[in-house]
Write a protein that binds this ligand. Sequence first.
Ligand code: FAD
Length: 470
Amino acid sequence: MIHQLETDYLVIGAGAMGMAFSDVIMTESNATIVLVDKHDRPGGHWNVSYPFVRLHQPSSFYGVNSRKLGNDTKDATGWNQGLYELASGTEVVTYFEQVMQQQFLPTDRVRYFPMCEFQSAGTFSCLVSGKKYAVKVNRKTVDSTYMNVTVPAMSEPSFELEPEVTCVPLNDIPGLHSRGTRFEKYIVIGAGKTGMDAALWLLRNDVDPDHIIWIMPRVSWMLDRKNIQPGPDFMGSTLVGAANELEAIAQSESVEDLFARVNKCGQLLRMDEDIQPTMYRCATVTEMELKQLRRIAHIVRKGRVKRIEADKIILEKGMVETSLNNLHINCTADGLERRPVAPVFDGDQMTLQTVRTCQQVFSAAFIAHIELTYEDETQKNDLCTVVPHPNTDLDFLRTTLGHHLNQARWAQLPELQKWLQIARLDGFTRTDEEIAALPESAHEPLAKLMGNATQATERLQQLLAEIDRN
Ligand SMILES: Cc1cc2nc3c(=O)[nH]c(=O)nc-3n(C[C@H](O)[C@H](O)[C@H](O)COP(=O)(O)OP(=O)(O)OC[C@H]3O[C@@H](n4cnc5c(N)ncnc54)[C@H](O)[C@@H]3O)c2cc1C
């Protein structure tokens, strides 16, 4: 028997994006929502994250628009010291559960179906009982799963393993040690933010850096977390950073020169000043974290791992010795992929994607506001021009350009500017009062920012056109 339901919005996925989208629909309209998710609790991949995961950005602009996450305090200790708190994975999951239980469900406008899998054409079924549902959707079906996030615990290693080798996702490293297992050396496999988190966990637990081998198929550009801080305390420094970045881009003579300048002004960081990164995925670090990571001297740059044997690791471009006493930590999952762009608004279907660089929850909330506020689908898609998740160094140019073009589009609409200024998930748009209250010292960077905006945009367009031609 198929159970019939009726709703205004059918949202597939109660991860961070599905939740942030639904929250704006709830607060800015009277619409009803059916939310379907394969997990037992809202929060998506945060349910299967490693125990020591934390947000990579301040809590103060993560989650849903209508509810604060964290206490807006700055860390007093640790390697994020002086910067705004980063919620742990447990806090993030608890937060989304509270949003669901305390805000969404009591309204009777949201019906939530955990442990259910969406199939197609408005149908889904319970993964436990097999119960089937068909939904009559009055407004839109919203796909919040398109970003296809994968974390190491969700996927098998992409390389072969001899059976006696110990290779685990980073989720397992605290538990293995709590149970008393000891290792001679640690092999961190993967150069992304997950690999950095694994390496930092080892260093925080006093593992001798000489006992860590880091396999880095690619080298990453990183963002300095101090430049993505909210609030008046950081307004001056983020303004100076943004102004310097735009000036660097505007004055750049080539792609290499652009990276050199943006690196020099501290907006992009790298592990080793002598090695040119080829990857950019919005990984954030602090200066203190970077200092720690640089203590690891044994970096293997021989491509991806193909196979781990009892005494050696075979890579695309060589091999490195290992032993059965070593722990191999798999940090190779893709996280967020660079996916082909799909239209956000397409008749009665919506596909949630990022419209501001690496700001998934902001993007989902923004798209919900556009859905409710504007009529014309062409205008809606224009305002929600997708800024795909970056992967390579050149994607830094693409995402920066996409970001600035969207900012310029949004600036044309006073209603939208007002929404952005008060949106909790927007850590960046300043109110007129905040700008007016800027100290004298901020006037010069502000003028520099405004003065270089057009030239920087044009320079990015020229450089990308050259890249596309070659
Ligand atoms: C370690 C780590 C740290 C991060 N830190 C930050 C940060 O600080 N700031 C930031 O902005 N972003 C951060 N991100 C990015 C993060 O992925 C996004 O913020 C956000 O959590 C993505 O949410 P999502 O809803 O797109 O995806 P998901 O969390 O993957 O949610 C998708 C949901 O859809 C469900 N689903 C999929 N298919 C179906 C189906 N057929 N039927 C029913 N349900 C389905 C899944 O069960 C899942 O719950 C981080 C990512 C990682 C891995």
